[in-house]
Ligand binder design. Structure first.
Ligand SMILES: Cc1cc2nc3c(=O)[nH]c(=O)nc-3n(C[C@H](O)[C@H](O)[C@H](O)COP(=O)(O)OP(=O)(O)OC[C@H]3O[C@@H](n4cnc5c(N)ncnc54)[C@H](O)[C@@H]3O)c2cc1C
Ligand SMILES: NC(=O)c1ccc[n+]([C@@H]2O[C@H](COP(=O)([O-])OP(=O)(O)OC[C@H]3O[C@@H](n4cnc5c(N)ncnc54)[C@H](O)[C@@H]3O)[C@@H](O)[C@H]2O)c1
Length: 411
């Protein structure tokens, strides 16, 4: 590895930090600069809607590396600073402080940002989003005083925050535009499990509703009005209506962008010296034969490690089976696989669905596209192997708890 090479990482979160770690672990001894808008050193977001928000995990536990790690590994970490542009002709990035930094290779790990509501009242005090550790701190503080919380969006943020708000003793109303929470990602059968879970925990879950306005008094939100004219009173409104990938730098630089920065299986963009990984990347997945953009922790953990190896000239094809997890109340779940909305024939359940201890398999053409384990542990690697095998499996055997999972691929 040429020592005079400079690698720049734009975005100092999980994806950026894991790329830096891998570059050093693989022996890159050139200059390594990581630039991030947030003032915080790289940290993980999953605890922000779970144990950290619930006050069960300390701040120290969220960081990817201890503070000294960056100096110890000669990573020039520049925080509170935005990359403002990419000059591909000179191989430089421009920075918000007016400086430029040259790069031999550049990794875009700029992640994503919450979509904002645009309805009247969306800017009132007491309307909170959740992306950063500061957002989580604000929410935790707001739970102290809030007795009625309205959550707009029944996705991952909405449902995990709902569980935390219930834990903090608040009455919660969830306002979801679709027919069911998590419908797009899980489909009707499994989405119903989450709808029931929250209703069983006393949540007023309203689906198929449209928010018309956030109402307020004295500059502070006091409720949500729906398009059917009804109103939900609330002293705190939490919004989780999805994210947009931070593709602005890539767009301005003329890189290929289509629902994320388009990269090949080696995480390389349409410019051979620029790579992308994490939430922002729409990567060609060799197993699935299509580009996918994954907005989950495991992808931000593993994909940049592959990108780092590719930046070092190694032959890389990132083909891990997509994985995510959630914790809500006493339900813990893991999911491996990938299913387009409506892209399955049936969901096969194994185990006790009402008792929330079961497996679910999304099947199309007899093959398992994805599987989920709910309150059953140490099986997700086997589920991922089943997905990867892509062999036909009989539904009756999938459903039968007496048939070991290990033996399922191949009929
Ligand atoms: C509250 C919360 C809980 C979650 N829980 C789970 C979970 O339980 N399970 C799961 O699988 N996933 C979970 N996720 C999703 C997971 O955290 C994300 O997929 C992951 O954070 C993506 O990492 P990333 O590094 O690609 O992007 P990000 O985490 O978005 O980081 C990108 C970084 O780049 C910075 N940046 C952006 N533009 C620039 C620029 N121009 N210059 C410099 N810096 C820039 C941003 O400020 C940010 O710090 C959760 C997300 C949130 C918000
Ligand atoms: N456990 C996890 O994997 C986890 C946990 C938290 C966050 N995250 C990630 O964080 C990001 C943000 O999460 P999120 O929950 O905001 O997004 P999401 O895409 O998971 O869910 C958004 C939800 O909001 C609904 N919605 C959209 N517009 C609406 C409107 N105007 N009114 C009412 N409902 C509306 C959608 O139908 C959807 O159900 C995602 O990338 C997510 O994957 C993941």
């Amino acid at each position: 590895m040429a020592t005079n090479a400079t690698y720049v990482i734009a975005g100092a979160s999980l994806a950026g930090a894991k790329a830096a770690e891998t570059l050093r672990a693989e022996g890159f001894d050139g200059r390594l600069i990581m630039i991030g808008v947030e003032r915080e050193r790289p940290y993980e977001r999953p605890p922000l809607s779970k144990d950290y928000l619930l006050g069960k995990a300390d701040r120290d536990t969220i960081y990817v590396h201890p503070p000294q790690w960056y100096a110890d590994h000669d990573v020039d970490l520049r925080l509170g600073l935005a990359v403002t542009g990419i000059d591909r002709s000179t191989h430089e990035v421009t920075l918000a402080d007016g400086n430029r930094a040259g790069y031999s290779k550049l990794l875009l790990a700029t992640g994503s940002s919450p979509r904002r509501l645009t309805v009247p009242g969306a800017d009132l005090d007491g309307v909170l989003y959740l992306r950063s550790v500061q957002d989580s701190d604000r929410l935790k503080a707001a739970f102290q005083d809030a007795s009625r919380v309205a959550v707009i969006g029944g996705g991952w943020i909405g449902l995990e925050t709902t569980a935390a708000a219930r834990g903090a003793g608040a009455a919660v109303t969830v306002l979801e535009a679709a027919e069911l929470p998590l419908l797009r990602v899980l489909g009707r059968e499994a989405a119903e499990v989450f709808a029931n879970l929250h209703r069983d925990h006393g949540v007023d879950l309203r689906t198929g509703v449209q928010v018309a306005e956030i109402t307020g008094a004295g500059g502070r939100a006091d409720g949500v009005r729906l398009t059917d004219g009804s109103r939900v009173a609330a002293d705190l409104v939490v919004v989780g209506v999805g994210i947009s990938p931070n593709t602005q730098l890539a767009v301005a630089a003329g890189l290929e962008v289509d629902n994320g920065i388009r990269v090949d299986a080696g995480l390389r963009t349409s410019d051979p010296d620029i790579y992308a990984a994490g939430d922002v990347a729409s990567a060609f997945h060799p197993l699935l034969g299509q580009h996918i953009r994954v907005e989950h922790w495991a992808n931000a953990l593993n994909q940049p490690q592959a990108a780092a190896r590719a930046m070092l000239g190694q032959d890389v094809a990132y083909d891990r089976v997509p994985y995510f997890y959630t914790d809500q109340y006493d339900l813990g779940m893991e999911y491996s696989g990938y299913v387009e909305p409506g892209g399955y024939d049936q969901v096969v359940f194994r185990g006790d669905v009402p008792g929330c201890e079961f497996l679910a398999f999304w099947v199309a053409g007899g093959r398992v596209l994805a599987g989920m384990n709910v309150n059953i542990w140490d099986v997700n690697d086997t589920i991922a192997a089943l997905v990867r095998a892509g062999q036909p499996v009989e539904a009756a055997r999938l459903a039968d708890p007496d048939v070991p999972l290990e033996g399922l691929a191949g009929g």
